[in-house]
Design a protein around this ligand. Sequence first.
Ligand SMILES: [Zn+2]
Ligand SMILES: [Zn+2]
Length: 252
Amino acid sequence: MVAEITVLGSGTRVLLREHSMSGYAVSHRDFFLLLDCGGGAIRRALEAELPILYVDAIFFSHLHLDHVADLPALLWALDGEGHRRADRPLRLFGPPGFGNFFAGLSALYGKWLERLPVPVLIHEVERERFALGPWQIETFPMFHGTPANGYRLEAEGKILAYTGDTGPCEEIVMLAHDADWLIIECSFPDGHKMPTHTTAGEVGQMAARANCRQVLLTHFYPECFGVDVAAQCQKFFSGKIELAGDLKRLIL
Ligand SMILES: [Zn+2]
Ligand SMILES: [Zn+2]
């Protein structure tokens, strides 16, 4: 096992008790990161007994609130208790515009946010490759009508790819090429096409082209419930297909 992945939110902006907004925790030895941190993700991390106060990095796919809403609350918590981390920095990654978003929070909240007891490092990324902790990371712009990134993480020969929100695009194939796990948005079942989101059949087509081993379908709008989205995906993709649910765990 290289890493453990915990789903902190498998939902969207639709408010549902069973599906928090987007978030995924990835633990590799003592390096702990999140992919997105939407509303409810912190609560789910606490329920999963994950050390949310000590998170090393958060990779934000985009600025829609179902992906970033819990960040201000986490920063506020760190204002109170961040001294426990000593100098362990918190790195925040996001697509173009993320710096402005953080500057806006600082303008709104002022001094405490600028003087957190934790060093907070802001990184805007778009199409880059870099190392962080045990991971080699590559970022790809996605297609969502607003700046959006997908993140590809590799460690010890294992690959985890996360799309965030996106319509079908060539970059998904590059992002997910040969991935051991692809966490991919499956906002709608077939027949409910939205250009900036992906349907179950489209997920299957993208995953097959990318030659992934396993896919985790997630980011479900209510149209998905009561529909066999896994079967729609399976028409095109012969690898393992799992459906995300809050607190589900995967092994990478
Ligand atoms: Zn979303
Ligand atoms: Zn979105």
